[in-house]
Ligand binder design. Sequence first.
Ligand SMILES: [Zn+2]
Length: 54
Amino acid sequence: MSEIAREIVCVECGGTAHLISFLPEEGLEPGESLAYRCADCNDRFDVIWEEDDG
Ligand SMILES: [Zn+2]
């Protein structure tokens, strides 16, 4: 299973956006969304989780 990124690069300002979603112990189902909030511009991003299995 692919790693879930705890931090991503903010597409708005290039700053660091931190994961704010709760991660279930059993992992995420593909298609579930993860929410991130940028520490710099305070924007929120939702990223759809997809397993990277080709
Ligand atoms: Zn930002």
